[in-house]
Design a protein around this ligand. Structure first.
Ligand code: HEM
Length: 443
């Protein structure tokens, strides 16, 4: 065989591979150009660096496969801002407290609250998450009545015993898988506080599984096909809504005095006439209870798991917590726990802040750009999604000293690292501005 015939045989074998690679490169390039063309032509600033990935999928598959490592790799290459295509939308990922400040204080001016399709398809329609403008303000006031200090105090007796029982049970097991156990506990506690569910152990396992499926589908591609995470989440959502509807029907036969004072009851008694007819307000009650169950599930399970992890790693912190709780008589079984005695425990509160700083349960959130604006001299175009990063902002923040060390004393009156200029906004983010501040950045 001559050299020429070997080469030609090799070329023949490689041709399909070369052609496919070329085609793929061409399609990916066209897709990139097609998306880039949607930038704002009236703005002279360039787009942030980055790539748009594969047609339709963008970089979603690589994000799903690599998780947080995906962002870390990108930030390493591009710095604080980069563009990509995620969950069906051209997206700019941003970190840095100055950038987050601009975005969150530009609500309804440069950005508006809009989650990706998967989230909005799964969550309720008439809820805090999806309401806009005046609707949101009124709804927030109504829902907030279920979370006042006195309301929270009313929930304490509902949760103290189940928490004690769960901890005792875990301690008697040779091995406990913390995250799954936390999910079951959170499912039980949220279920009773939010909807007055009184679950058996089988119910807890079933409802935890439903919540788990929904949580999984929330950040998936919104592809409604058999066996996709999105389809499974939709199906699980349907079953959970049926359970809430049963609960509402049961509660309708009880007067306020006869009924448990759970969040569902508070919502049922709230004046929702602003939102339309009685039937429509029923839907709002049910949708909001559904959303609260979902939004409180992953966040709290994650925060409680991080708490166990950090406490196990730092026994001296556990000792200091014990001292403070004993002094406040919170460990005395004969003294009822009141909300104020919990908020007075300054060290415990600092431990909670430090857990949320180290392991923020909500690593990032979304906004839709409604007016093109500029960050670091780069264009953030109208119509694109901005994905602001809470975790990476905290991780790279210069405000915390020795930030890799778990140190609750950084919030002590002598140090107040959380009160330094520029830090406050970020701490709100750790626990969700929604929960700690009366005047949210949302209108
Ligand atoms: C440690 C636990 C939690 C953390 C870290 C957390 C974090 C957050 C963050 C960062 C946001 C704002 C998202 C944005 O504006 O882009 C948010 C919003 C929200 N969260 Fe949480 N959350 C937690 C627990 C809960 C719980 C237990 C519930 C329900 C009982 C809940 C219900 C909500 C709702 C309804 C919103 C939307 C509020 C609004 O738009 O007015 N969260 N949360």
């Amino acid at each position: 065989m001559t050299m020429m015939s070997i080469l030609s045989a090799l070329l023949d074998t490689c041709k399909p591979l070369v052609l496919t690679s070329l085609l793929l490169w061409l399609v990916t390039r066209l897709w990139h150009e097609y998306i880039i063309a949607t930038k704002d032509p009236s703005c002279s600033a360039p787009l942030p660096p980055g790539s748009m990935g594969l047609p339709f999928f963008g970089e979603t598959l690589s994000f799903l496969a690599k998780g947080s490592q995906y962002y870390e790799d990108k930030f390493k290459i591009y710095g604080r801002l980069f563009m990509t295509h995620l969950l069906g939308a051209p997206t700019i990922r941003v970190r840095g407290s100055d950038h987050l400040h601009k975005i969150l204080h530009g609500e309804d001016d440069i950005v508006s609250f809009e989650y990706p399709k998967a989230i909005t398809g799964i969550l309720g329609k008439n809820t805090l998450v999806q309401a806009r403008g005046q609707h949101h303000v009124i709804l927030r006031k109504r829902v907030a009545t279920a979370f006042t200090h006195s309301a929270l105090e009313g929930y304490l007796p509902l949760i103290t015993e189940p928490i004690k029982d769960a901890i005792e049970h875990w301690c008697n097991q040779p091995r406990t898988i913390t995250y799954r156990s936390m999910q079951e506990l959170v499912c039980k506690l949220n279920g009773s506080i939010l909807c007055g569910f009184h679950y058996s152990d089988t119910d807890v396992a079933e409802i935890t599984e439903l919540l788990f499926q929904i949580d999984n589908g929330i950040l998936a591609l919104p592809i409604d096909l058999p066996n996709t995470a999105y389809r499974k989440a939709m199906q699980a959502g349907k079953k959970l809504r049926e359970k809430i509807a049963d609960r509402i029907r049961m509660k309708e036969n009880l007067s306020t005095q006869e009924d448990d004072q759970d969040v569902l009851r508070v919502l049922m008694d709230a004046d929702l006439s602003h939102f339309g007819s009685k039937g429509e307000s029923h839907e709002i009650v049910s949708d909001n209870a559904f959303d609260l169950l979902i939004l409180g599930f992953g966040t709290l399970s994650s925060a409680c798991t991080s708490a166990v992890l950090q406490l196990a790693r730092h026994p001296h912190v556990v000792e200091k917590i014990k001292e403070e709780l004993e002094a406040a008589r919170i460990l005395d079984p004969h003294v009822p726990i009141i909300h104020k005695s919990l908020t007075d425990c300054k060290y415990v509160n600092n431990v909670v802040k430090e857990i949320l700083r180290n392991n923020p349960p909500v690593p990032s959130s979304f906004r839709k750009v409604v007016k093109t604006f500029i960050l670091d001299g780069l264009q953030i175009p109208k119509g694109w999604t901005v994905l602001y990063s809470i975790r990476d902002t905290l991780k790279f923040s210069e405000h915390y000293k020795n930030k890799d060390i778990f140190d609750p004393d950084r919030y002590s009156p002598e140090r107040r690292e959380d009160k330094k200029e520029g830090v406050t906004t970020i701490l709100y983010l750790e626990v969700g501005n929604a929960h700690v501040q009366e005047n949210s950045w949302r209108p």
